[in-house]
Design a protein around this ligand. Structure first.
Ligand SMILES: *Cc1c(COP(=O)(O)O)cnc(C)c1O
Length: 499
């Protein structure tokens, strides 16, 4: 295949084709769709060749065919900067540990203690390389809506990166105390952290609207800026997430828990559907997977979708103890629909229109044979944290607990294959919930004191990025409404405009 054949196409217009670097810069396609690799079916990785690579080597091998217009040395340098640095607290980047009958893929050994670090440590390098490849003479504005973890991971990734400005919007009441504290104490001369009245869906929708607002885009353009995204709508976020599916598989082979070629199940605590979609890309490119299990919390719109084929937004939104999964509009599902509907971009466009106007759409649920879906109630989440600690002496965070609880419900449908639960956040990011699940209610202690107490009682260490949060200076206090989100950008950048 020549370089030119290796295009990315938009889910809403298959004739909208760009190279990898261009879609990393754009984030969202101009037509409102998401970019997907046109050549996905042409990539098949050879397990035998990959099985003994270390994480950076594996990342190189997997990203190479996707990053079509990156040179070998450019890609190597991105990988070295992110994955051969001291940003992670283990040289393997991730660990696979055995729980009670399952494996946990620990994805929280990075700088902000959540799985978002796996991609957001490398995205700034992919993006700055893309800017260079396109000869763009502009500063990049990263616009990000966060349900808690993306925000901090993006801020750490982009902080002080030359020629970038990063804006993070978080729902004011929708993130945990530790998540909020992590974000608002971020240093760096290019970071902007803003709380928004409303929930994550409001925030994410308004960010998407800014991307589709030609007026603000041209205003920014005139002033030397270009918009891009660090959310998982950006293919540069998604691709690095394919790597750990392969890595954890090979890790089980190396631990003699699995024969090369045998199948495994993955349980993925899901919100925006980015993480599990990366698992689907791994499956498509040769990883032996039996089932990909979409695990949801009480906001179980995806569970209903996989069971009935109907995606229906006309429902209550709940704030749960797993806030990074409190999402009703799972953006990346559009990429899966596109594949499953035979890449019919007109059909996808129609469904997305239906969703916008009626709040729902329906398709044939039998299209999704590799997927299973289930959800966990709040009570089940708390009970599961308790059980896992009592049985295995492992602390899991509420998001991972959703995965474990769903596993408990579905185990009999997963054949005999080993099951890997994606452990998406360090438990100390949600100390309050974890503590209360295991020990009697502590009175009059704040989140940070509870964190200390939890560590004292369990003997399990608090990771470096979550220590001392209480004593760090608060740097960001801006608050806005969803209508005013774009004005904030212009104000922060000192751009004059007509109100
Ligand atoms: C973001 C996040 C998720 C959900 O991942 P998606 O890619 O949005 O589906 C799950 N758990 C944690 C801790 C997260 O930060």
């Amino acid at each position: 295949m020549s370089k030119l054949e290796r295009n990315y196409i938009s889910t809403r217009d298959i004739n909208n084709k760009v190279q990898a670097s261009e879609c990393i810069i754009q984030g969202l396609a101009e037509d409102g769709g998401l970019y997907v690799p046109e050549f996905l079916d042409k990539i098949k990785f050879n397990l035998e060749e990959l099985k003994n690579l270390d994480y950076p080597e594996l990342a190189y091998t997997i990203l190479k065919p996707f990053l079509t217009d990156f040179s070998e040395s450019e890609l190597e340098s991105c990988i070295d900067s992110a994955y051969k640095s001291d940003l992670f607290d283990t040289p393997n980047l991730i660990e696979v540990t055995e729980g009670n009958g399952v494996y946990f893929m620990e994805l929280w050994h990075g700088p902000t203690a959540a799985f978002k670090d796996m991609a957001l440590t490398i995205l700034p390098y992919l993006l700055t390389t893309s800017v260079k490849l396109n000869g763009l003479n502009k500063d990049i504005i990263i616009l990000t809506a966060t349900s808690g973890d993306t925000g901090k991971a993006a801020l750490e990734g982009f902080k002080d990166v030359p020629n970038t400005q990063i804006f993070v919007y978080y729902p004011k009441e929708g993130v945990s105390i530790a998540q909020k504290r992590q974000m608002i104490t971020t240093t760096g001369n290019n970071t902007h952290v803003i709380s928004v009245e409303g929930n994550f869906d409001d925030t994410q929708n308004s960010v998407k609207e800014i991307f589709n607002d030609s007026k603000i885009k041209s205003l920014l353009n005139e002033n030397g800026f270009r918009l891009s995204s660090a959310n998982s709508i950006n293919i540069g976020r998604l691709l690095p997430q394919i790597v750990y599916y392969f890595y954890s598989y090979f890790e089980l082979v190396r631990q003699n828990k699995l024969n090369l070629g045998d199948k495994v199940n993955f349980i993925v605590p899901s919100g925006n559907f980015g993480d599990i979609l990366a698992g689907y890309y791994a499956l498509k490119t040769g990883l032996p997977v039996n089932k990909l299990v979409c695990a949801s919390n009480k906001n179980n719109i995806l569970t209903d979708f996989f069971k009935t084929g109907e995606y229906n937004l006309n429902r209550e939104f709940y704030k749960t103890t797993s806030p990074s999964m409190d999402i009703l509009i799972s953006s990346n599902l559009e990429r899966l629909l596109f594949e499953k509907l035979g890449r019919d971009s007109e059909k996808v466009t129609q469904l997305m229109k239906d969703l916008k106007t009626n709040g729902s759409y329906k398709i044939n649920p039998e299209l999704f044979g590799e997927f299973l879906a289930e959800y966990a109630s709040e009570e089940e989440v708390l009970k599961t944290i308790n059980n896992v600690y009592k049985e295995s002496n492992i602390l899991i965070d509420p998001h991972t607990a959703v995965g474990q609880a769903v596993y408990n419900k579905l185990a009999n449908q997963l054949d005999e294959d080993p099951t890997i639960i994606l452990s998406t956040a360090n438990p100390y990011k949600f100390s309050n919930t974890v503590y209360k699940s295991i020990f009697p209610n502590p009175e009059n202690l704040d989140e940070f004191e509870i964190q200390e107490l939890l560590s004292e009682k369990t003997g399990i260490d608090i990771p470096e990025p979550l220590k001392n949060l209480k004593n760090k200076d608060i740097k960001h206090t801006l608050n806005t409404t969803k209508e005013k989100m774009k004005e904030v950008i212009l104000n922060e950048l000192n751009i004059n405009y007509e109100k």
